[in-house]
Write a protein that binds this ligand. Structure first.
Ligand code: T4K
Length: 363
């Protein structure tokens, strides 16, 4: 048994000295925030790394979603997925819109494009799918529906830095993508996030919204908020960005190792990766029943291993903040998915140990 607990994830962190080196510049200049040089550098370097036109760095992924809704001036119903983190839905609600849940595909865990059209009403203004666990949605099918019904598309790409489709970053699909740079993500700034759009006007507007709605003369020209990333966070992002390729390759290796060791276990299933390339940022396992999941979860915990039930329960069942409407596939998948520990510092022996524990659990 490992002497220290193995949690579902740990932040990927650059050597401390490299972070401190960047902080020295911050201490010398005294510039802590307000679109400082490190934020600008992070935006530029990250855009180059991902091969995208631009990146608007913000305080977290939730505010990135809210800013996207604000920038597109949406008021009405937004069709989204119930198999997600609560932030997808709280962002919609905080912007005064109404979430309408579309059920998911049982294999990819992403929104089911064949079920979107039946939910469109005269009040529908947008679709907000999630690239669940970094697995790209069927962006072509979603684009066809959006164009046909004149709807905007905001991708919740919180998990999806590093995921691609047709050789292009998944962040450049839809009108705007909102991503997260939270501690638990492939690339992190502690807390952080970003908006990505290929539309230059929207890009400028997002920058103004991030900064109280100010234009360059500090006139208020938008309904803005405070979404500014600090230099301290940007420094961490820049330090970590140097290790981005190594982290991505490491996750892919461990993902494939888990798969290799677990694929012959009867009663276990995996997320289908059908469209584009994922970033291997999570390793979700699908059990035959919730009882099987609970047995494995218990066995792992007895051995100091702590996986997580992302995303359970299905968000449509949060009755305190939403009117309940059944979503059979999402509720079923949410009850049977367990994410196994997967992170840069995880020892390969620990991956093998966890896989062995699962193989040895009586299902
Ligand atoms: N949309 C989607 C689809 C999302 O999944 C999320 C966030 C968002 C939007 C919103 O993005 P942000 O506003 O958060 O940028 C995490 C994160 O808080 C959240 O960012 C993430 N999704 C969600 C799926 O998971 P927890 O509940 O897993 O955090 P916690 O504290 O239980 O940490 C998990 C494990 O990670 C711990 O066992 C230990 C380790 N850990 C965690 C932190 C925070 C560390 O080692 N160091 C740390 O600093 O929420």
């Amino acid at each position: 048994m490992p002497d220290k607990p193995i949690y579902v994830t740990q932040p990927s962190l650059a050597p401390l000295e490299e972070y401190v080196e960047l902080l020295k510049g911050v201490w010398n200049s005294g510039i802590l925030t307000h679109n400082g040089p490190l934020v600008q550098q992070l935006e530029k370097d990250l855009a180059t790394k991902l091969g995208i036109q631009n990146f608007v760095a913000v305080t977290n992924g939730t505010i990135a979603l809210q800013m996207a809704i604000k920038a597109l001036e949406l008021k009405g119903e937004i069709i989204t997925t119930p198999f997600t983190w609560i932030a997808t839905v709280s962002a919609i609600k905080w912007e005064g819109c109404t979430p309408v849940f579309c059920d998911i595909e049982p294999d990819t865990f992403n929104i089911d494009p064949t079920k979107i059209e039946e939910l469109i009403t005269e009040n529908t203004v947008a679709i907000m799918p999630v690239h669940v666990f970094g697995n790209p949605c069927d962006v072509d099918a979603i684009d066809v529906i959006a164009k046909k019904h004149n709807l905007k598309v905001i991708y919740d790409a919180a998990h999806a830095i590093g995921s691609t489709y047709k050789g292009k970053s998944i962040l450049e699909f839809g009108d705007i993508s909102a991503t997260s740079l939270h501690a638990t993500k492939l690339l992190n700034t502690g807390e952080g996030g970003g908006c990505v759009t290929t539309n230059k006007e929207l890009h400028e507007k997002l920058k103004r919204i991030r900064f109280f709605g100010h234009n360059e003369d500090k006139d208020v020209v938008e309904d803005g908020c405070n979404g500014k990333m600090t230099e301290i966070h940007a420094a961490l992002g820049l330090a970590n960005l140097k290790y981005y390729d190594a982290v991505l390759a490491d996750r892919k290796y461990k993902y494939n190792l888990y798969k290799e060791k677990l694929q012959s276990v009867e009663g276990l299933g995996f997320q289908s990766l059908k469209i584009g390339k994922p970033n291997y940022s999570y390793f979700p396992v699908l059990f035959r029943s919730e009882q099987d999941l609970l047995s494995v979860d218990e066995h792992l915990k007895q051995n100091n291993v702590y996986p997580r039930r992302y995303f359970w329960p299905s968000v449509n069942t949060y009755k305190r903040i939403l009117e309940y409407e059944r979503k059979d596939v999402s509720e079923d998948i949410a009850s049977r998915v367990l994410c196994l520990p997967l992170f840069y510092k995880e020892a390969v022996e620990d991956v093998l140990f966890i896989a062995e524990l699962i193989r040895n659990t009586k299902l």
